[in-house]
Design a protein around this ligand. Structure first.
Ligand code: TXA
Ligand code: MG
Length: 332
């Protein structure tokens, strides 16, 4: 299959790209679309056939459920069961963070095929704030299931070129919306007994959620989302996390690269390096994370050394991704 990358810079380009995406989605096909977090591989969430195509295209195991992206807030009532006692919390969350990078896990209705939720009785829902994604999903007026547009277990794509690297030849269309704003996937929270449990750290931080209601965390690193595997985002190059980057010594003849947080001087130690943010800004660091990981992964290194950063706020979400990227095991 020929993969077309459709630009969306001029109004005409954008109109054409959106129309083509809607047409393909109506025909039960899958297309890659930009969101404010990472690029998604979207398909009609109400069609079991389209949902099956998403799993096949990504080579994603069927036990890992998908996020359902809604055209508007009203759709929440159709796809999720909302108990009265949960309503105030849900209203506070959605009015504060929707549309935006927050995914909420709630009991599902029968409208969503069980393949989309991997047989779970719950469904993960969000509303994307990306103008192109929201235009497509609103024109379709049906929810879109969309996981990150990478092959299973690999680094999430933050540009159209990243998606092409992952899925070229497997899908008909990638809509190019430029680099994504946040660069890491949405925060995922499950709601139960009037409290929020964080299942995946992301752009909406624990501190922000605590301003809305009680927050619980399943013991760190053992989050209960089926897709939160200890090994994920794995580059081909081995990756290690260093608390003290200056203390790293490189074996003779080996090529090491660095993914840096601080401005520590290290001169000749590393043959390649990327600094996540020159102003120590965590938002900028998150936006650059996956792009720099891909670049370092292409640099024929023996090892990528990632410098540890503060485990708080957005730093927690970034460290979570780095720990999964570092998880030992044979690289593929
Ligand atoms: O930012 C994002 O969320 C991106 C963009 C495309 O929207 N999507 C994304 O999807 O990251 P994906 O499929 O790569 O990650 C979805 C995560 C997985 O860890 C999955 O296990 C979890 O959400 N998840 C989905 N449904 C769930 C459910 N019912 N209960 C618990 N976890 C769920
Ligand atoms: Mg993913």
């Amino acid at each position: 299959m020929q993969t077309k990358i459709a630009p969306s810079i001029t109004p005409n380009e954008r109109k054409e790209a959106v129309a083509r995406a809607v047409e393909l989605l109506q025909a039960g096909e899958v297309v890659a679309l930009p969101t404010e977090t990472v690029y998604g591989l979207a398909g009609d969430a109400l069609s079991a056939g389209a949902v099956a195509k998403i799993f096949e295209t990504k080579e994603r195991p069927r036990f890992d459920p998908l996020i359902v992206h809604l055209p508007n807030r009203e759709w929440l009532e159709r796809v999720a069961i909302i108990e009265d006692k949960m309503r105030p919390l849900i209203d506070r969350l959605t009015s504060s963070y929707w549309p935006g990078p927050l995914t909420i896990v709630l009991p599902k209705t029968d409208l969503i095929p069980s393949l989309a939720t991997a047989g779970l009785t719950t469904v993960a829902v969000r509303m994307s704030a990306h103008p192109i994604f929201s235009e497509v999903v609103q024109s379709l007026d049906r929810p879109l299931a969309a996981p990150s547009a990478n092959r299973f277990g690999r680094i999430s794509p933050t540009s159209a070129a990243d998606v092409a690297e992952e899925l070229s030849g497997r899908i008909a269309l990638i809509v190019d919306g430029g680099p994504t704003a946040y660069g890491i996937e949405s925060t995922v929270v499950a709601l139960r007994e009037d409290a929020m449990t964080i299942l995946r750290f992301g752009p909406i931080t624990q501190e922000e959620l605590a301003g809305i209601g009680e927050v619980r965390i399943d013991s760190l690193g053992k989050l209960e989302s089926p897709g939160q595997l200890p090994s994920h985002y794995r580059p081909q190059t081995p990756l290690v996390i260093a608390e003290d980057i200056i203390a790293v010594s490189v074996p003779r003849g080996k090529r090491y690269g660095a993914l840096l947080w601080s401005d520590s001087p290290f001169s000749e130690t590393f043959v390649e390096s990327r600094r996540l943010s020159t102003t120590s800004d965590l938002r900028e660091a998150a936006a650059n994370l996956f792009r720099y990981l891909r670049e370092l992964d292409r640099a024929h290194l023996d090892c990528i050394v990632a410098e540890a950063m503060p485990d708080e706020g957005l730093g927690l979400a970034i460290m979570d991704r780095l720990r999964r990227a570092a998880h030992a095991g044979p690289s593929r």
